[in-house]
Design a protein around this ligand. Structure first.
Ligand SMILES: Nc1ncnc2c1ncn2[C@@H]1O[C@H](COP(=O)(O)OP(=O)(O)OP(=O)(O)O)[C@@H](O)[C@H]1O
Length: 695
C-alpha cells in the first residue's frame, strides 16, 4: 500500500501537485523504515507540502475532512491530468478517517506524540504530533521546535502581567500607578478633550505593564508615534526614580523597513513635545529624548548573523545586551526568525511587536503576527484590564471590547489594535478601498453587486486623482495607451534626474544628487502579484526597459548594467553591508578621470554607498517588484497589476498590502473583473499551533 502510494506520489510530483522535495522526503523515510504504512507516507508528503505553502504544520482534521479545499486552493488552474491526480489523492484521504490516521501516527516510530496524556520523553523523532484533540497538528520537528521556543519565551512575559507591579530589572517593585497616570496624561495631553476612547494611550499603558506587547493597526494608525510615546513612558518611569535608562534596540525584518522606521522615528521624535510629560515627572525633556534611540537595524544585524550559517552571534547562551527590543513590520517575520529572536533575549528583556496583522505574512513558513493577533479586533480584555486602564488612563474601555468568556486570554491583554488612520484623511478613497477589501467586501452579496461596489469606489468624487482602475488585456504583448502613459509619467521624474546627474561633481554634491534620485525613484512603484511569466515581475521588467528606451528615457546599448537601472538586493551581503530588499540605482561615476558605473545605495552612515556592479551577484531589476517584496515600503503612487487568471497566490491580504503601499495614489491594473473579485474573496489561511500553545 505504501509502495503504491509512493509510485502515485511520483506522478503527483511530476504534475506539480506536490513538490519533488515532498516526494524525496517520503522516499527517504520509507527507505529508513521498511514497514512504513501508507498513512505515515501520506502524512509526510502532506506535511512537507504544507510547509512549502507557508504552513507551519499540517492540520490533520482540516485536510482529512475537506481534502479538496486544503490541497486545491480556490481558483487554481487544473489540467485534466492534475484533476485525476488530485482525485487519487483525495480518495486516499476520504478512505482514511482522521481517528485512524491519528492512531497510525501515534504509534509511528517517526512521530513524537504530544497529544497523549502521558509525559513525553523527548526522543528527537523527525515529526511531532501536537495541537489539541480537537485540532491535531503534525509538524516537522524543526517547525514544532520554533513554535515551542516562541511560546516558551512569550508565556512568562505574559504571566508577569498578572503582577503588574514588576518592572524590568526591578522584580518585585510596585508599578508607580500615580506616576504612570501623570506621565500618560502628559504624553496624551492634547487628546484629552476627545470623547473617543484613545487606543494609542491604552496601547502604551498595556505594553508598559507587561514584558511582551503587540501594537497592531493599518497604515498611518500611529504605531510608530505610539511606540515612541511608550518608550518615553518607560524611560520616564526610570529617570523619575533616578534609575539608569533602559537599553533599547529598534529593529525591522528588512533593510528597507529599517530605513523607513529610522526616518519616521527620527522625524516623529524631533517633532514630539514632551514638555507636559516633563512637568508631571520633573524630568528634563532633552534628557528624556536623548534616551530614545532613533537608529534602527535589521533583525539579522541585531542578532549578529554569520555569513553562510543559520546561527546567530546572540542566542540562548550569549544573550543580546538589551532591556527592550522593538520590532516593526512584524508581519514579515517568519517562525524561524521569531524563535531566534526570542531565544536571544535575556529573561528580563521586553519585546514589543508592531505591525499590520492584515498584511501578507512572510514568504517563509508562519504568520506569527496574524496568529497572535487573532483576537485583536474583538479586544477580549478582562475586567481587570479595564479597571487598570480606567485607573492609569482615566478612560473607560468600551464594553464591546471586554471578553465574553472568563478567564480572559492572557495574550489578548497584551495586544492593542489602533483603529483610526491619521495618514489617509479618514474616509479618504485609498483608506476606504483598503477597508472594504480588508473586511471581505460585501461578502454574501452576489458577484455583480460586489464588482459594482468596487467600481463605484474608483469612480467616486473622492477617488479623483487618488484611485485609478485600468483594464489591460494580457493576451496582447504590449501595454495599452493608458497604461503606457501612466508608466512613462511614473518613471520620468527619476530618469530625468539620472540624465542630468553630474558624475564628476564633488563627492558631497554627487551623494546628495544620488540621494535625491533614490528618493524620486521611490515615489512611483509598479507591483505585481507574481514573479514569473510575461505579466509577472520578470516579464514586466523587460517590457518596461524596452518601453523606456523607446521613449529615450533610458539608454541600455544592449548592456545589462546601464545608468538608471534600479536594482533590488535579493540576498543579504554582509561584506557589502547590503541587505535583502535594499534598492540601489546604477549611475555614471567618475574617479581619477576614469568613467565607470556604480550602484548607489542609501546608507545611514555614509549617505551613499557606491558599489561596483560586478560585485553585485544577487540583484534583480526593479521597475516592477512583487507585492511581497514591497512590504515595509510606502510609495506616493503604487500601481498593482493582477494576473489574467486567479491562483492561490491572489488573496485579500495581497490586495490589501498592495493598496496600503500607496500614500497618495493607487492604480489597479486588471484583465478580468472576476480575478479582482476572486482575489477579494480568497483569504490566506495558514495552519499553526502557536495560539493553542500560547494562550
Ligand atoms: N493621535 C494622533 N493625532 C494626530 N495625528 C497623528 C496621531 N497619531 C499619529 N498621527 C500622525 O499620523 C501619521 C502616521 O503616524 P505613524 O507614522 O505613527 O503611523 P504608523 O501606523 O506607524 O504608520 P505606518 O503605516 O507607516 O507603519 C503621522 O504623520 C503622525 O504624526
Amino acid at each position: 500500500m505504501a509502495d503504491t502510494l509512493l509510485s502515485q506520489a511520483y506522478n503527483w510530483a511530476e504534475l506539480g501537485l506536490i513538490r519533488r522535495l515532498d516526494l524525496m522526503l517520503a522516499r527517504f523515510f520509507s527507505n529508513e523504515q521498511p514497514d512504513i504504512t501508507a498513512a505515515e507516507v501520506l502524512a509526510i508528503i502532506l506535511t512537507s507540502e504544507a510547509n512549502g505553502r507557508g504552513h507551519v504544520c499540517l492540520d490533520l482534521k482540516a485536510v482529512s475532512e475537506s481534502p479538496d479545499q486544503v490541497l486545491l486552493q480556490p481558483g487554481q488552474a487544473m489540467g485534466d491530468e492534475r484533476a485525476v491526480a488530485l482525485q487519487q489523492l483525495s480518495q486516499y484521504l476520504h478512505a482514511l478517517a482522521v481517528e485512524d490516521w491519528l492512531a497510525a501516527l501515534s504509534h509511528s516510530e517517526l512521530v513524537e506524540n504530544h497529544l497523549s496524556n502521558t509525559v513525553v520523553e523527548p526522543n528527537h523523532r523527525p515529526f511531532v504530533l501536537a495541537g489539541s484533540a480537537a485540532q491535531p497538528l503534525l509538524y516537522m520537528r524543526r517547525y514544532w521546535q520554533y513554535e515551542a521556543d516562541i511560546s516558551r519565551a512569550i508565556q512568562p512575559r505574559l504571566a508577569l502581567q498578572q503582577h503588574p507591579a514588576i518592572q524590568p530589572g526591578l522584580a518585585g517593585q510596585p508599578l508607580p500607578t500615580a506616576l504612570m497616570r501623570a506621565l500618560l496624561a502628559g504624553l496624551f495631553a492634547s487628546a484629552h478633550d476627545s470623547s473617543e476612547f484613545n487606543w494609542q494611550q491604552a496601547a502604551c499603558a498595556l505594553a508598559a505593564r507587561s514584558q511582551f506587547g503587540i501594537i497592531t493597526g493599518g497604515p498611518g494608525t500611529g504605531k510608530t508615534t505610539t511606540v515612541i510615546k511608550l518608550l518615553a513612558l518607560l524611560q520616564a518611569l526610570r529617570l523619575a526614580r533616578q534609575q539608569t535608562p533602559l537599553h533599547i534596540c529598534l529593529a525591522a525584518p528588512t533593510g528597507k523597513a529599517a530605513a523607513r522606521l529610522n526616518e519616521s522615528v527620527a522625524g516623529s521624535l524631533a517633532k514630539m513635545d514632551f514638555s507636559r510629560l516633563a512637568d508631571s515627572g520633573s524630568l528634563d525633556q532633552q534628557a528624556l529624548k536623548a534616551c530614545i534611540p532613533t537608529e534602527v537595524t535589521t533583525l539579522h544585524r541585531l542578532l549578529g548573523a554569520q555569513p553562510d550559517s543559520r546561527h546567530f552571534k546572540y542566542n540562548q547562551t550569549n544573550p543580546l545586551p538589551a532591556d527592550v527590543v522593538v520590532v516593526d513590520e512584524a508581519s514579515m517575520v517568519d517562525v524561524e526568525m521569531m524563535a531566534a529572536l526570542l531565544q536571544a533575549l535575556p529573561a528580563q528583556c521586553r519585546l514589543y511587536l508592531l505591525g499590520d496583522k492584515d498584511q501578507l505574512a512572510s514568504v517563509e513558513a508562519g504568520s506569527i503576527l496574524g496568529d497572535l493577533c487573532r483576537d485583536a479586533e474583538a479586544g477580549r480584555y478582562s475586567t481587570e484590564t479595564a479597571d487598570y486602564l480606567a485607573e492609569v488612563c482615566n478612560q473607560s474601555l468600551p464594553l464591546a471590547y471586554l471578553t465574553s468568556s472568563e478567564p480572559a486570554p492572557a495574550l489578548a491583554q497584551a495586544i492593542t489594535m489602533l483603529r483610526v488612520s491619521y495618514r489617509f484623511h479618514q474616509g479618504g478613497a485609498i483608506h476606504q478601498l483598503a477597508t472594504l477589501v480588508n473586511t471581505g467586501m460585501l461578502a454574501g452579496e452576489w458577484q455583480p453587486k460586489r464588482i459594482k461596489a468596487l467600481k463605484q469606489i474608483f469612480s467616486s468624487a473622492d477617488a479623483k486623482g487618488k484611485l485609478q482602475l485600468i483594464q489591460q488585456s494580457q493576451q496582447q504583448p504590449h501595454f495599452n495607451s493608458q497604461l503606457k502613459s501612466l508608466l512613462i509619467e511614473g518613471y520620468k521624474p527619476y530618469l530625468a534626474a539620472v540624465a542630468s546627474f553630474d558624475a564628476a561633481a564633488e563627492p558631497a554634491q554627487r551623494d546628495q544628487a544620488a540621494l535625491a534620485i533614490l528618493q524620486l525613484q521611490r515615489d512611483f512603484q509598479l507591483l505585481a502579484a507574481v514573479k514569473q511569466g510575461d505579466w509577472g515581475v520578470s516579464g514586466l521588467n523587460q517590457r518596461i526597459e524596452h518601453l523606456l528606451q523607446q521613449h529615450q528615457l533610458l539608454q541600455t546599448d544592449g548592456y545589462h548594467w546601464y545608468a538608471g537601472r534600479p536594482v533590488l538586493m535579493t540576498r543579504n551581503d554582509y561584506h557589502l553591508k547590503l541587505m535583502n530588499g535594499d534598492i540601489g540605482i546604477c549611475l555614471p561615476y567618475v574617479e581619477n578621470e576614469q568613467h565607470s558605473l556604480r550602484v548607489a545605495f542609501p546608507d545611514t552612515e555614509l549617505g551613499i554607498r557606491w558599489v561596483l556592479p560586478s560585485r553585485l551577484d544577487d540583484v534583480d531589476t526593479v521597475f516592477a517588484m512583487t507585492v511581497h517584496k514591497s512590504q515595509g515600503s510606502e510609495f506616493q503612487h503604487a500601481v498593482l497589476l493582477l494576473p489574467a487568471s486567479s491562483s492561490p497566490l491572489l488573496t485579500r491580504e495581497l490586495l490589501y498590502t498592495g493598496i496600503t503601499r500607496a500614500s497618495q495614489c493607487f492604480s489597479l491594473i486588471y484583465d478580468h473583473e472576476y480575478v479582482v473579485e476572486a482575489t477579494m474573496q480568497q483569504q490566506v489561511q495558514r495552519a499553526s499551533g502557536i495560539v493553542i500553545t500560547t494562550l
